[in-house]
Design a protein. Structure first.
Length: 225
């Protein structure tokens, strides 16, 4: 991972946390994700997660030299008074930092190389994977995320992992390859209540190169989270 990507994803960042810049223009994902949604989602929603995470950790200086990944992986070590806020806003900051990085208009391109191979190995086919991912997103009650994760405890197999609220798969020692935000704030302006339509359209804005770099980092052991 080069310095630019590190800045975009905030991987390894410590307190005080900062909002990573959106790596493209607000309208870059039109018409799949509209510019107004992108602006509100990044500048307002994500900023609130960052601010609230910093507020929650302000007095807990023992966490100021830990990366967000370390904090989330050991969420039970955060004092109870701050734990829910760190879980929600730390998870929110980490999930969104990944989300911006793995999107780009792809004109219907499908994954190639190692990503394609791993998906076919663990789901049978790309279409079967898409169907299962969309189903998991549709079934998720309320607000949450659907992730594709690497499960190192199961031989590095890929699996689809829905999570409620802003919970991070890091809390279950799973590595996030990619994920889709199914909170209403991610899609309501364009898709209203039709979450299934948003999930279906979202495949046209996945940056498969970025997804491949993440998978490669996990498979090669270069990145632990
Ligand atoms: Fe979101």
């Amino acid at each position: 991972m080069d310095a630019t990507q590190q800045a975009q994803t905030n991987v390894g960042q410590t307190y005080p946390f900062a909002l990573p810049p959106l790596p493209y223009a607000f309208d870059a994902l039109e018409p799949i994700i509209d510019a107004q949604t992108m602006q509100l989602h990044h500048d307002k929603h994500h900023q609130v997660y960052v601010d609230n995470l910093n507020n929650a950790l302000k007095e807990h200086t023992q966490f100021h030299n830990q990366s967000l990944e370390q904090i989330l992986q050991n969420i039970d070590q955060v004092p109870e008074a701050a734990r829910t806020a760190v879980r929600n806003h730390g998870g929110g900051h980490h999930n969104h930092s990944m989300f911006w990085q793995i999107m780009k208009r792809n004109d219907g391109a499908e994954p190639q190389g190692a990503v394609k191979q791993a998906i076919e190995r663990d789901f049978g086919s790309f279409d079967a994977f898409k169907t299962q991912f969309n189903e998991a997103g549709t079934k998720l009650f309320g607000s949450g995320w659907v992730f594709l994760v690497v499960d190192q405890a199961n031989g590095g197999k890929l699996k689809i992992q829905p999570m409620p609220n802003q919970d991070s798969p890091l809390m279950q020692n799973l590595q996030v390859v990619m994920g889709n935000d199914v909170w209403e704030h991610a899609y309501y302006l364009r898709y209203q209540n039709k979450r299934a339509d948003y999930l279906k359209a979202w495949w046209d804005v996945i940056n498969w190169d970025a997804v491949g770099e993440r998978l490669n980092a996990f498979q090669s052991g270069k990145q632990q989270f």
